[in-house]
Every structure is written in C-alpha cells, then in structure tokens.
Design a protein around this ligand. Sequence first.
Ligand SMILES: NC(=O)c1ccc[n+]([C@@H]2O[C@H](COP(=O)([O-])OP(=O)(O)OC[C@H]3O[C@@H](n4cnc5c(N)ncnc54)[C@H](O)[C@@H]3O)[C@@H](O)[C@H]2O)c1
Length: 321
Amino acid sequence: MNTYLITGGAGFIGSHLAERLLEAGERVTVLDDLSTGSWRNIAHLERNPNFRAIIASADDARLITDEMPRHSHVFHLASAVGVRLVVDRPVETVQRIVRTTDVIVEAAARYRRPVLLTSTSEVYGKLNDVPFREDSDTIMGATSKRRWAYACAKALDEFLLLAHHAQTSLPVFIVRLFNTVGVRQSGQYGMVLPSFIEAARRGEPLQVFGNGEQTRCFCSVHDVVGGLIKIMNCPNAVGKVVNLGSQEEISIKSLAELVIGVTNSKSKIIYKTYQDAYGNGFDDMLRRVPCLQRAGELINWKPTKKLEEIIREIYENGSTS
Ligand SMILES: NC(=O)c1ccc[n+]([C@@H]2O[C@H](COP(=O)([O-])OP(=O)(O)OC[C@H]3O[C@@H](n4cnc5c(N)ncnc54)[C@H](O)[C@@H]3O)[C@@H](O)[C@H]2O)c1
C-alpha cells in the first residue's frame, strides 16, 4: 500500500484523485488551505480509515518537512486557478504557485519522494500551431497582461522540477492539463463550463466573452485522474512533460448552444467583450488542442467521455457554485 500526499486535494481535480486512490485501497492525505477548494468536496471521504485531511497551506515549510517522510508519493495540485482569480488577485497568483511549489519540491528532494506537478496548457501561451507538442516553443504574452502570470508561474514550476531532476535525479512528473471538467468544478473563478451550466439551470443568459469563435477541448475529470495515476506509476515518464486533455475541439459559442440543448434550458446567449469582462489585464488565445502522442506511448491513454455526456453528468448532479 502506498501513501499519497495530495496538495490541493480538496479542490475539484484533487478530490476526484483522492477518491480514486482510496477506491484502489491506497492511503491518502489531502493537504489544502480551502482557498478555492471546499471541505464539501472531501467530507464524504472522512469515514475511510485510509484518509486523512490537513487544512493548512502547502507553503508551510515546517509542516511539509514533517509530513513528507510519512508519504511515498506526492501529487502537487495546490495552485491559484481560474482566469477570474488570476486577473483579480495577481500577487496571490504568483506567490501561491511559485512559493508553494518551491517548498514542496525542496522537501520531496530531501526525502527523495516522487512528485507529480499538475501544470497547464496555458504554458503554451499564444502558440497557434495545434496540436501542441510538449517540446514546442511557447509564445508568452506581455507581462502587462496579468493573465500570463499564471502561465509563467506554472512554467517556472516546471523549470524547478526539471532542475531537481537534472541535478539529483529526483523522480519528477509534469502533466500539462488542458480544460478539465466534471462534477464539483466551481464556476466562481472563471471556469466556463460550470458557469454556463449554472446559468442554464437558472434560466439566466450564458455570457460568451469575445466573439465566441475561440475553441477549447474539454476532458472529463475521470479520464484525467486515471491518467495522473498512470503517469505517477510510469518509470519512463520520469523527468518528462506530458499533455493530458481531450482533442474534441469546440468553439465557446457552440459550447453555450450545446449546454442550452442538453439542459433543455430557455436561456439566451449574450456576448461581452474581454475588456468588459476582465478589464485591461486580459489577452486570449484562439485554439488549444493537445498532441496526445506522448501520453499514448507512455501510458496508453486517451479520453473516453464525450462532452455531451459530461455536461449531462454535471447538470444531473445539481448546483456546484
Ligand atoms: N481544471 C482545469 O481545467 C485545469 C487545467 C489546467 C491545469 N489545472 C491544474 O490542476 C490543479 C487543480 O486544479 P482544479 O481545477 O482542481 O482547481 P481547484 O481550485 O479546485 O483546486 C486547487 C486546490 O488547491 C488549493 N490550494 C491553493 N493554494 C494552496 C496552498 N498554498 N496550500 C494548500 N492548498 C492550496 C485550493 O484550495 C484548491 O482546493 C491546479 O494545479 C491547476 O493549475 C487545472
């Protein structure tokens, strides 16, 4: 039996990951400061004797140094997330990402624990050449556009893990997640699908930012957590960056129409400029599609759930915001 430390484990993806590991008979400690996560996401796990929760910040070096030797593996998910939060709270965004990862990786290095970082497709920046391959150059936007702080901070996290791997062969894994969706995701911090579904549920307008022609690919959290666990257990993935996400590309306008259709809602679609939605600190990219060749070769992974099915599952599970 392994003992996993999941930072950010009370969040959307972390709580599904904790659940999956516990189902497999593993021991899990969730460490979360509940900044964007919620106790509700993990309350149902408390009865499991293999589950522990620590409500604290993952940048608490003393706590992490104490906890690290009790765990065999670390899934490091704790991060500032969501475009809304990144634009509104830029200092917190950078500190929460970079500081926390530094503390976690330093302790993992001290005790030689494998650590997996959930990075993001945002690291590709404004690259237009889809599908994005892990070794592609990235095209970052201007530092005056606050949204790029998230991408740059996550890229710095990646550099830090890869540096530990290069210097001391620390077993590190970096997963660049593309839009991940499912039950328990909150729309509060700027995530598009839960916002659309909640608006449709209430019969309120679905707000599309820009002209809605920008496309994204949405992957089920169930597929993603399966991929994360497989990567952590794949020796050939050590020291590598791996994309995980769906290749089912859809424009945001079509996504809004699909949500209205699946939920049988009377909501209308309205358009808002980026400027009105986010002010000056914003910039967007037109397309984001992962190349999944590496994930296929390393862990034989591909997504299984269709978007329509995911939307129905979220809708039927009730309100999350
Ligand atoms: N959901 C997506 O589409 C997506 C896409 C790309 C990357 N990611 C990455 O996946 C990870 C999980 O994201 P999510 O969508 O589940 O978001 P989430 O907000 O639900 O989860 C993040 C969790 O981290 C916690 N947290 C933040 N800072 C912390 C700190 N210093 N100490 C302890 N806990 C802290 C939050 O309370 C929250 O529970 C993040 O690293 C994010 O960058 C997510």
